[in-house]
Write a new protein. Sequence first.
Length: 181
Amino acid sequence: MKKLAVYCGSSTGFNPIYQENAKLFGQLMVNNGLDLIYGGGAIGIMGCLADTVLHYGGSVFGVIPEFLDKVEITHRGLTELHVTENMPDRKAKMYDLADGFVALPGGIGTMEELFEVFTWKQLQIHNKPIGILNTNGYFDYLLTYLEHMVKEGFIQSLHKDLILVRDDPESLIADIHRSVS
């Protein structure tokens, strides 16, 4: 395990705990020898995480599609920046670069990217670890919905359990490492 793709928001949210945990997660990534693959932004949780990894001496690989590079604040101080033609190419590039995936708090894009790699793991397209950092209970409703899907017979419990869910950054990093050992 060398490179971790992290899906997270281009906003910081209203509660400062989201940024605090993103910073701690970034520091722990560096301490555990993990490079960051992410969406390439300089703002929100994304920018906070990238800046933290860089601050502690880690490598950060941003992947952003051309149309977002023109309208978002792209981080220009990364180890490497990949500009793709479109969103599907961005997601494919992030998937190819990553040895595992984690979702931090974010919006619709974060959910979409998380569910894509989750679906692929369920279909056995890959066996890379997937984690959720459930800061401040941010993902509680999503986890309840996954339980509802199991209860109603639309997914199996074993598929729901393909995602490692932890409330603190230390536990998530440790469990991701254990899952590939």
